[in-house]
Design a protein around this ligand. Structure first.
Ligand code: ADP
Ligand code: MG
Length: 227
């Protein structure tokens, strides 16, 4: 571990359930996401990608090993507060407009409503999606919803962006644009970026390719050169 690591995992694992019903979703994963990293996480369905991302986001506990956020300690709010997670499935709140969805985490974090709305508008504009602001999630296409979910993450200015199959529901062209936006956002925020994907053409656009198989992680290029 060193202090350029945004996330550091040492023999990390996660088991869902207990006893005979236990499912080992992630097993013995040692890796680090360094500052400025651009990582693709590939692997078949059920190989543990979502579970690993959720542990890195602090959403799912580590049941084995140790996971730390060396670069984020001491940051206002501490550890996982400055991590942006784009979920695999739909994640917008249906009763809120796109703008309100983007503003919501800021308001939760204590930002005054007017300022949060302004920041949310800026984040949507950054994605050239300001026209979506007044729309409700059921009026948005898959690609538009994904953009709003990305804007919601950008608005919190995370040091780490974790995107879980953000292009899974999109055609290739829409998927390519979403990846462009994520890479640009990571550059703009100087954030590390990790995208799980099934699409090898997307994996090719990032600088490292990590593969999961049966809950285990294969890192390529090897640790130490993960930028
Ligand atoms: P991936 O994202 O690569 O498809 P997941 O992390 O979703 O993989 O799943 C890894 C394994 O954990 C799979 O066997 C899956 O069925 C299991 N799993 C995922 N979430 C849960 C859960 N909430 N409860 C029980 N098992 C789960
Ligand atoms: Mg998944």
């Amino acid at each position: 571990m060193n202090d350029t690591d945004v996330v550091n995992c040492v023999r990390v694992g996660h088991t869902y359930g207990e006893g005979p019903l236990a499912i080992v979703a992630v097993h013995d994963v040692t890796c680090s996401v360094t500052a400025g990293a651009r990582i693709a996480l590939t692997g078949p369905s059920g190989s543990g990608k979502t579970t690993l991302l959720h542990m890195m986001a602090g959403l799912e506990p580590v049941t084995m090993g140790q996971l730390t956020w060396p670069r984020l300690e001491g940051h206002a709010g501490g550890g996982p507060g400055v991590i942006g997670l784009i979920f695999q499935g739909p994640s917008l709140m249906p009763a809120l407009t796109a703008l309100e969805n983007v503003a919501f985490p800021l308001v939760l974090g204590g930002m005054p409503d007017a300022e949060a709305r302004m920041r949310a508008g800026d984040a949507l504009a950054q994605l050239e999606s300001e026209q979506l602001a007044p729309k409700y999630p059921d009026e948005l296409s898959g690609g538009q919803s994904q953009r709003v979910a990305i804007a919601r993450v950008l608005a919190i200015e995370p040091a780490l962006i974790l995107a879980d199959e953000p292009t899974g529901q999109l055609d290739h062209e829409a998927g390519r644009r979403v990846v462009d936006v994520l890479i640009q956002a990571a550059e703009h925020l100087d954030a590390a970026l990790l995208i799980s994907t099934h699409d090898p053409r997307i994996a090719d656009r990032l600088s490292a390719n990590w593969r999961m198989h049966d809950g285990r992680l294969i890192v390529d290029p090897p640790l130490g050169s993960t930028r």
